[in-house]
Design a protein. Structure first.
Length: 79
């Protein structure tokens, strides 16, 4: 996370814009939301673990679940 933060600040200086920092803050807040909620954290971990499952149907469902978790956390952050 520190490397992404540093990258965002470097881009902000280079681009003379705060948008890279704003984007990083949203991602950071989303990750904090997932970590602070046991239900989201468990779903996130389960989905990430199944992304490379040998059964394509399981991997596809994991991708959908991961997307749902990320969307749910981002929605909460933006409220």
């Amino acid at each position: 996370m520190q490397a992404k933060k540093d990258e965002a600040f470097a881009k902000a200086v280079e681009w003379q814009s705060l948008s890279p920092v704003q984007s990083w803050v949203l991602i950071w807040a989303r990750d904090i939301e997932i970590a602070r909620r046991p239900d989201l954290s468990a779903r996130y971990t389960r989905a990430k673990n199944d992304l490379e499952h040998p059964d394509p149907a399981v991997a596809q469902e994991a991708l959908r679940s991961l997307s749902t978790v990320l969307d749910e956390a981002m929605k909460t952050v933006r409220e």
